[in-house]
Design a protein around this ligand. Structure first.
Ligand code: EPU
Length: 424
């Protein structure tokens, strides 16, 4: 176990490069199941979730090599078509193998993901869509078993624009017979990249990035050779690190078209945000202004940036209302931010944040990936020392965030952490 130790107060400055996007890399890795042969993916972030996905592919019988940000996946038949409990319990995104497995091999079996720290997170929309495509879905012994001889195109109306649901159904539909239309589809950049890569493999997908995606099924796909898009959430987190420390930071590789909602909120908060050819630059004010926000599906403000933006708002002049509309329980960071001296009141799905002049360092505990990031951000400005425990959450989604922040001037390091003593 490790913890992150931060001595707050350093103003960040300089340049940092954003890594490849976790949430784009995971579906791409699983999409390799759709084509026989050797697939190549570049700019893959070295994260625990990526390693878990590689292990899953290996268990299924694929050859996987991962070195210096490049993954090579050799698909040559499969020896198993299952994502077991041990892997799914550590990474919900394993469910993304269902679409490719049933689409190409006629059967897939995945341990049913449970609830998680941010909410119940069912997969009913994935399963509804697969049934619409003609698959038989059986739930037993904690597993979902999906079978079909060959899927048939269909019209699917999602109840909400689910990101992995849209990705799973896209991957199922590309090899189905006939045309599939996904209505109320997710529009996230990661969905768009998946569709583009599938098209480069020979799929026929139109409309990705809009609410209606049309897929015309083909008989087979070639291997992919692609490069993962920059991680907009890591980029956003680094931008807030610059803003919250009243610093001046250029995040190289950050794409403004993926970060428009965040950039607008930063601007409203008094942060100077500039677009350079190499990325996005922020200059933080002495003290930000309070701004309200409400999370929404893309292109709205991303739920994956809510905790980090709240960290910024804890120091704002005035009161900000932060509404979480995607996940019902994504306020686990609130209690920990309060330990650092933040004034936050929870009212149902809203957090009312009244800015304070300064936070003060404390021991805090990470509960999920983005909550951990918000605690690190708050620690950068808190007076004195902050220790963030349970750092493994952070490492699921950020590639060496502490090193990147240190390179920008933060006083931050990792240290071994003793497991908490059980209270009898
Ligand atoms: N939902 C259902 N039924 C479904 C699917 C979703 O009720 O069948 C609900 C969810 O419970 C949630 C809402 O719909 O309330 C939206 O969830 P969505 O399915 O879009 O989330 P996801 O696909 O499971 C991805 C990201 C998350 C990110 C969300 C929202 C990946 C691997 N994960 O999850 O990323 O928060 O979209 O943008 O792409 C993270 O990186 O920290 C993370 C949690």
């Amino acid at each position: 176990m490790q913890k992150i130790v931060i001595d707050g107060g350093a103003r960040l400055g300089g340049q940092v490069r954003v890594a490849g996007a976790k949430n784009a890399a995971l579906p791409l890795l699983l999409a390799t199941l759709l084509g026989e042969g050797e697939h190549r993916i570049a700019n893959v972030p070295d994260l625990v979730d990526v390693r878990t996905t590689c292990r899953l592919l290996e268990r299924m019988g694929c050859g996987v090599e991962f070195a210096r940000g490049r993954v090579k996946v050799e698909v040559n038949g499969l020896k198993c078509r299952e994502a077991p409990y041990e892997l799914v319990k550590t990474m919900r995104a394993s469910v993304l193998c269902l679409g490719p497995l049933v689409g190409r091999f006629g059967q897939g079996r995945v341990s049913l993901p449970g609830g998680c720290a941010i909410g119940a997170r069912p997969i009913d929309q994935h399963l509804k869509g697969l049934s619409k495509l003609g698959a038989k879905v059986v739930l037993e012994h904690g597993y979902v078993d999906v079978r079909a001889r060959r899927l048939r195109g269909a019209s699917i109306v999602l109840d909400m624009p689910t990101v992995t649901g849209t990705e799973n159904l896209l991957m199922a539909a590309v090899l189905a017979r006939g045309q599939t239309v996904i209505h109320n589809a997710a529009r996230e950049p990661e969905v768009v990249q998946l569709a583009e890569v599938l098209n480069s493999m020979g799929a026929r997908i139109a409309g990705a990035g809009s609410e209606e995606i049309v897929v015309r099924g083909v008989n087979e796909l070639r291997p992919m050779d692609c490069r993962v898009i920059p991680d907009r959430i890591e980029a956003g987190t680094l931008l807030i690190a610059g803003a919250i420390t009243s610093g001046d930071v250029l995040v190289r590789g950050a794409r403004p078209e993926h970060l428009a909602a965040l950039m607008e909120k930063l601007d409203e908060a008094g942060v100077a945000v500039g677009v350079a050819s190499s990325g996005i630059r922020v200059k933080g004010p002495a003290r930000p202004r309070a701004v309200d926000l409400s999370t929404q599906p893309h292109p709205g403000f991303p739920t994956d940036m809510q905790a980090q933006f709240m960290a910024l708002m804890t120091l704002a002049r005035g009161t900000a209302v932060v509404s979480e509309r995607i996940f019902e329980n994504r306020f686990m960071h609130v209690q920990e931010l309060r330990r650092l001296g933040a004034r936050i009141r929870l009212e149902g799905g809203r957090a009312v944040v009244t800015g304070v002049r300064a936070l003060s360092g404390a021991d805090v505990m990470a509960t999920d990936l983005r909550a951990s990031a918000s605690l690190v951000l708050a620690g950068l400005v808190a007076r004195g020392r902050t220790r963030v425990h349970r750092v493994y959450h952070l490492d699921r989604g950020y590639q060496r965030l502490d090193r990147k922040l240190r390179a920008l001037g933060a006083r931050i390091r990792r240290a071994p952490d003793r497991p908490p003593v059980a209270i009898r």
